[in-house]
Design a binder for this molecule. Sequence first.
Ligand SMILES: Cc1ncc(COP(=O)(O)O)c(C=O)c1O
Length: 389
Amino acid sequence: MEHKVEIEDYYTPEVFQRLKALADTKDTPFVVIDTESIRNQYDELVTNFPKASIYYAVKANPANEILALLAEKGSSFDIASTYELDKVMAHGVSPDRISFGNTIKKSKDVRYFYEKGVRLFSTDSEADLRNIAKAAPGSKIYVRILTEGAQTADWPLSRKFGCQLDMALDLLIMARDLGLIPYGISFHVGSQQHDIGSWDAAIGKAKIVFERLKKEDGIVLKMINMGGGFPANYLKKTHDLATYAQEINRFLEEDFAEDMPEIILEPGRSLVGNAGILVSEVVLISKKSRTGLNRWIFTDVGKFSGLAETMDESIKYPIYVEKNGELEEAVIAGPTCDSVDIMYENYKYGLPLNLAIGDRMYWISTGAYTTSYSSVEFNGFPPLKSYFV
Ligand SMILES: Cc1ncc(COP(=O)(O)O)c(C=O)c1O
C-alpha cells in the first residue's frame, strides 16, 4: 500500500474530532462510536429504500446505546438468539418488530420467542420447520435460499445458510400443511458484497419461487427479506449506498412491478460499521533478523479482541496513524501468545518508518463485528471496550 490512509477520506473533520476528543481520554484498546453517524446512516437507508422495513442485524453490534437509538427511531430487529431477544425487548421493542433470523435454533428457543410474542421465523430445513410448527404454531415462515456471490463478498455467508429452490418450494408447501403461514423468501448475498448484480440474481430466484407457488399450489407469498450485504467503508472501495439502492430497487421493479411484496432489509455492517473507530497502541516493533525486510508491528488489539474479521485478511480496515513520513511495509499482529493472532501479513500495510512503540493506531470503520466478536479472557485480556459519543 503506497498511500497513507487519510482521515478525510472516511470522516468529516467534525465527526473525527468528536471521536478523537473522547478517545484521547481513554486507555487503549477500545472502540469509540459516534451515535449521530448511526442515526444518519439509518435515515440514509430509509431514504434510499423508501418501501423497505429495516430490521437491524443485532449481531453486528449489540450495544445497548445502539439498540436504544434504533428502537427509538422505529427500527425493527433481526435476532439470532434468545439473549439478543431479551436485550432488544428490554428497550421496549414489541414482538411484531422482531424476526428470528437464525436458521439454526433449538426447539426450546423457538418456544421462548413464541411465548414472547414473536411470530416471524426463518428456516432452511425440514427439521427446523417441524420444530417451529410445534413450538410456534401458526407463525409466519420465510425460507432462506442459497445465493451466488461468495467470490465477490469480503465476508461470504451463503454456503452455511439457505437451501436450493426446489427445497424452498417443498418447505413452503410443508409450512402450509403444518398450519404455519408460508410468508416469504429470504437471502443474504454475502456481507460487504461488492457485486450489486448478486442481488439481481437472488431477486430473480425469489421470483421463481413466488410464481411457482402461486401457479402450482395457490400459495401467495407476501415478503422478500433481502438480508444485509450493504457496504461499510474499508480499504477496498465500493459504490455508495445510493448506487446500491438505485440498482436493487430497479431489479425489484423489473421482477415484481405492481405486485411488489413487502421488503425487509437486515443491515448490520452498513448501519454501524463506519460509526466506530478502534483505537489501539503499538506494543512492540521488531524485525526477525539483522537484514529482515519487514517490520513486525505488534499492537494491543488482535484477532481475539475484536479483529476477528481479519481472518484470512478478509476485511481490510483502513489504519490511520498520526505520524507522517516515508512509508514502509509492515506485518501487523496482535498481543496474544497465539501465532494465528496476526492480522495482516500477505497484504502489506504501509506504515510510517518513524512509527514508534506507544503510538496510537486508529482502525477505521470498526463499529460492526468487533466488540461482539471479542473473546472473554484469552491470555487474560478483557473483552474489547466501547465508548459512545
Ligand atoms: C440473517 C442475517 N441478516 C443480516 C446480517 C447482516 O449482514 P451485513 O452485516 O452484511 O449487513 C447477517 C450477518 O451475518 C445475517 O446473518
